[in-house]
Design a protein around this ligand. Structure first.
Ligand code: 4AD
Length: 571
């Protein structure tokens, strides 16, 4: 019989067959495959010659072969056993499935009638039979038991299914996010165990209303905490079902109600100005333009001008309206569309205005903390939240510039065209702030974070501000400041921008001119100065920014239902 070849260097125990072309790599395997009676030729590597193996190496190889043989047998046995078990399991499963299809669950008519309720209202229905509808938030299946955490938007309910209820076809194929109807008795959870609301629904009848897929399309496969931000944005409609996202939006709803409650308690009434407009408020650079039946029009940047026209008619007014900004800002506090809470007050002073803003904000926070549901949401999202103390710091713009320089907070130098000047290393050349500078977001953020409390920054230079702002006349002929204020909050920065408005007709006409605005489309706004002008002022509060502060969110994008930012208008 021809000898079998082994090449220690280039042979292979997986593809080799012992031929001279395809040698084995180990003598052990060659012995295992062909027995000790076969003849072998072995070499170290391709440069040596084939020789017969020594007796001692043959002995060693025999031992190795025995070990390998044992291993091989064991693996075979295991595979056999597994295959059998699998077959049995499959049989069992198939039987279960077959039987499951025959199970038709029926509600027991002899039981007390179930009271239909939302999860939030269940505390009063302990030990009663209740009927709830919702989505499966969490699902755990155990032998003969199914644990469900049901979600209906008002809360979460731990529920347990047992016996026959767990053996129906729908029970065997149940997935998270399926919609279901659960009927059963509400029982307090045993001491030492916790469940939302402190109770658990012991289900006696249930129905699947809408399936949710398993496999690749399963909800849990589409989304998880590590999902890429752009996937999260595409799947915002599913993200909203999560505990954090829904809590933020729930808090947003309470927050808007609280604002309305505070504002109306000051006799300020709500109006709804238009979003389609033909005038700008905050500068042409951030206008979304559109074709309006052949005429140019814009999406509103602010409802302020309309609110001003309401003063002689309705008195003090506010609105909660979408504002649009076409700025190419990808920061964590900018949206292309945001909810703008704006108010306008007549016959006030600048000091009144800042006091009013402070009151509304503090009252809103107090209302939210006094309501156990919203207080719990704040605790969940922002455990360290404490209501801000009053009065808020009032920091004149000129003092803020000094403060920034004292704290060595600089800003990148710019040339006349607004390009950042670089140093020899290619880094932006940093310079001190000077009166007249627009305090950039980074510096403003550093300042608010160091101060750590709400700060009214006020009295900005006129050239940095919009055409409508009332000027402070200092008689020096130098930089003219305005009666304007920004409210800055730690972690977020500016959440409110407000000012006194120009009440005088000529000053307003000058303002249009300074900003290069054609006054004619503004005739209705100018008319306010013609028909009984008054000292007045107002402000706009970014709802998402306020919420980001309150709920300690990293970005305003988390605080909007379907956020829009440059390049994103879906879903
Ligand atoms: O400072 P702004 O531009 O002021 C106005 O629009 C005034 N006309 C409001 C008024 O006096 N009635 O904007 C006011 C607030 C800002 O403080 C900020 O909270 C928010 O609106 N805001 C934005 N929020 C999210 N994304 C953006 N792109 C925002 N731009 C402004």
């Amino acid at each position: 019989m021809a000898p079998f070849h082994i090449d220690d260097g280039t042979g292979s125990d997986t593809t080799g067959d012992g031929s001279i072309e395809k040698p084995y790599q180990s003598l052990g395997l060659a012995v295992l495959n062909h027995g000790t009676t076969a003849s072998f030729l072995i070499r170290k590597d391709a440069n040596s010659t084939y020789e017969e193996p020594t007796q001692s190496s043959l002995k060693k190889a025999k031992k190795t072969a025995d070990g390998l043989e044992k291993k091989r047998k064991k693996a075979e046995e295991l595979a056999e056993r597994e295959a059998k078990e699998k077959g049995e399991e499959k049989e069992k499963r198939d039987k279960l499935w077959e039987e499951s299809k025959k199970i038709v669950l029926k509600e027991d008519a002899s039981l007390p009638a179930a009271v239909r309720a939302k999860i939030t209202g269940l505390a009063d229905l302990r030990s009663k039979r209740v009927r709830v509808f919702g989505w499966i938030h969490r699902l755990r299946q155990q032998k003969d038991l199914i644990f469900i955490v049901l979600r209906d938007g008002t809360g979460y309910l731990q529920s347990v299914l047992s016996g026959e209820l767990t053996r129906s076809y729908d029970a065997l194929t149940l997935n998270v996010e399926s919609s279901v109807e659960l009927v059963g008795t509400l029982q307090p959870v045993p001491e030492g165990k916790i469940a939302p609301g402190g109770h658990e629904l012991v289900v006696d009848f249930w129905r699947l209303l809408g399936v949710s897929p398993g496999g690749d399309d399963a909800f849990t496969n589409k989304l998880n905490e590590q999902s890429d931000p752009s996937i999260m944005a595409d799947l915002r409609h599913l993200v909203l079902r999560g505990e954090t996202a829904s809590s933020v939006l729930r808090l947003r709803s309470f927050m808007l109600s609280a604002f309305r409650q505070s504002l109306t308690s000051h006799n300020i009434i709500e109006v709804t100005p238009p979003c389609l407009v033909q005038t700008q408020v905050e500068g042409g650079a951030t206008l979304f333009k559109l074709d309006y039946y052949g005429q140019p029009a814009f999406l509103t940047q602010s409802s302020q001008l309309y609110l001003e026209t309401c003063l002689p008619s309705l008195g003090d007014v506010f609105c909660v309206q979408e504002s649009f900004r076409a700025e190419n800002s990808h920061t964590r506090r900018h949206l292309s569309e945001y909810t703008h809470l704006e108010a306008e007050l007549a016959f006030i002073t600048f000091d009144d205005l800042m006091t009013h803003i402070e009151n509304v904000i503090c009252e809103t926070v107090d209302i939210l903390l006094a309501n156990p549901v919203s207080a719990a949401l704040i605790k969940q999202l922002n455990p360290d939240f404490v209501a801000p103390s009053r009065p808020f710091i009032r920091l004149p713009y000129v003092d803020a510039i000094k403060w920034l320089n004292e704290h060595k907070i600089q800003h990148p130098a710019e040339d006349a065209e607004g390009n950042v000047i670089k140093d020899e290393g290619g880094n932006p050349k940093m310079v001190d702030h000077a009166v007249g500078d627009d305090i950039a977001e980074a510096a403003e953020r550093q300042m608010t974070d160091i101060i750590g409390k709400p700060v009214f920054l006020h009295g900005f230079p006129a050239e940095l501000k919009a055409f409508y702002m009332k000027k402070i006349r200092d008689g020096s002929g130098k930089t003219t400041f305005t009666e304007s204020c920004d409210l800055l909050m730690p972690n977020v920065g500016e959440i409110v921008g407000g000012s006194m408005r120009i009440a005088d007709m000529d000053e307003l006409l000058e303002g249009y001119k300074r900003e290069g605005i054609d006054a004619s489309p503004y005739y209705w706004f100018t008319d306010q100065r013609k028909y009984g002008t008054c000292e007045h002022g107002g402000y706009g509060l970014g709802v998402e920014r306020f919420l980001a502060w309150l709920a300690n969110r990293y970005t305003v994008r988390e605080c909007s239902l379907y956020p829009r930012w440059p390049g994103r208008a879906t879903p």
